[in-house]
Design a protein around this ligand. Structure first.
Ligand SMILES: *Cc1c(COP(=O)(O)O)cnc(C)c1O
Length: 404
């Protein structure tokens, strides 16, 4: 079992008070908090080895380059990519997805089809819409059922030889539903389509194995997994990354530049134009080490207990409805109380020190499906406790009394 109090002591922000109350941080789906070891590693980089990478022969530049490439290797092993050069540093999930959609602009033809799901974050909808507008490809959408699960029969009936790309999130940010991505990938490959998985919500809870999943692309952000903001990873199969054109032109991504013709650098540099977030990339490796030290089995066990406790306690409140009632779920509870706007509850419980997200969670199509303006979303991390959940439940009850 995890020693939660010891773990909490590693996150300095958790011992703060907010509005005079102990902070209860349940907005982990938006961004996670950072342990001291991650905070220290950022300072250490600037204090000791700050220099630009891949450019200089001087010692600091070599130290920074080595640290950056060691971090890439850590990510490679963490997600079980075949090659380190299949791991691209990005600024986050959004950047990774746009890198791929930009590449597909030169591949898709009018009438080709792209399949997305109704459970997607706007980051994994809008870039594909832009791509379809540019190319004349058609966007198809996998519907969900009342439990917030993707309807697999509907997905399979959308697939055809016209399908060129399928994209779906591993775990839904708005509802916490875990999607059957291995099955989705297998079915897409059977019609020759490429698959991008949006792993932003999955990587804080589990260790994806990109070779076992056999996905073509897997995008995620560092800041939701205890790493710094402005960091992320796009995994892509070597063959696809060689096929796609570069996303941005600039320094670092070229072999040779003349005004007649420029040849591009080999992977991964072809997709890493300009000076990246060097400190962030290095420290993302520190965050991954940290999570592995805590252990993903321990993380999942703790989060499952929190989810069960929150679900049970919240449902005791009359008029409370949880959205996303499918069986396979991560530690997210999205709910509303009959007749009360989610924002009003969020504002009142904030005064009591409780941080939840209210609104559409960048997933308006889901809210439209349930005919609601939004939900209150409590998303738990392994450093949260049942006592914190009890505080939230009490606060929600108080808010309900005040508002009804
Ligand atoms: C947070 C999130 C994103 C966007 O991540 P950024 O870090 O803002 O780029 C995309 N998809 C899902 C499922 C998310 O939860």
């Amino acid at each position: 079992m995890l020693d939660i109090q010891k773990i909490r002591a590693e996150f300095p922000i958790l011992s703060q008070t907010v509005n005079g109350k102990p902070l209860v941080y349940f907005d982990n789906g938006a961004t996670s908090q950072k342990p001291q070891i991650v905070i220290d590693a950022i300072a250490k980089y600037y204090q000791e080895i700050n220099a630009n990478i891949h450019r200089g022969v001087h010692t600091l530049s070599q130290l920074a380059t080595d640290a950056y490439e060691i971090s890439r290797g850590k990510v490679q092993h963490h997600i079980n990519a075949k090659f380190a050069h299949e791991v691209l540093f990005t600024s986050g999930t959004t950047h990774g997805i746009n890198l791929v959609t930009n590449g597909f602009a030169s591949i898709l033809k009018p009438g080709d089809e792209v399949i997305v799901s109704s459970l997607e974050h706007h980051s994994n909808i809008v870039p594909w819409q832009m791509l379809c507008e540019k190319t004349g490809a058609v966007l198809r959408v996998i519907p969900i059922n009342e439990d917030g699960e993707l309807i697999m029969e509907a997905y399979e009936s959308l697939l055809s030889e016209k399908t060129k790309v399928v994209t779906v999130n591993h775990i839904s940010n708005a509802l916490g539903i875990i999607n059957p991505i291995k099955y989705i990938i297998e079915k897409a490959h059977a019609v020759g389509a490429a698959v991008l998985i949006d792993g932003a919500q999955a990587v804080p809870h589990l260790k994806p194995d990109v070779q076992d999943l056999d996905c073509d692309f897997y995008a995620f952000s560092g800041h939701k997994m205890c790493g710094p903001t402005g960091t992320g990873i796009l995994y892509g199969k070597e063959a696809w990354l060689n096929k796609l054109p570069p996303y941005q032109g600039g320094g670092e991504m070229i072999k040779e530049v003349t005004f007649e013709k420029t040849t591009y650098a080999d992977l991964p540099h072809k997709f890493e134009a300009g000076t990246p977030n060097i400190a962030g990339g290095i420290v993302l490796g520190t965050a991954i080490d940290y999570l592995n030290t805590v252990g993903f089995e321990n993380i999942q066990k703790q989060e499952e207990e929190l989810l069960a406790h929150a679900t049970k306690s919240l449902l005791e409140i009359e008029g409370l409805k949880i959205y996303g009632t499918g069986k396979n779920k991560a530690s997210v509870v999205s709910f509303n109380i009959d007749g009360i706007h989610p924002y009003d509850i969020g504002s009142i419980i904030d005064k009591l020190g409780i941080a939840v997200r209210t609104g559409h969670h960048c997933a308006q199509p889901i809210m439209n499906f349930f005919c609601i303006p939004g939900t209150i979303r409590a998303s738990f991390s392994f450093y949260n406790t049942k006592e914190e959940i009890d505080l939230m439940v009490e606060a929600v009850k108080k808010a309900k009394t005040m508002l009804s």
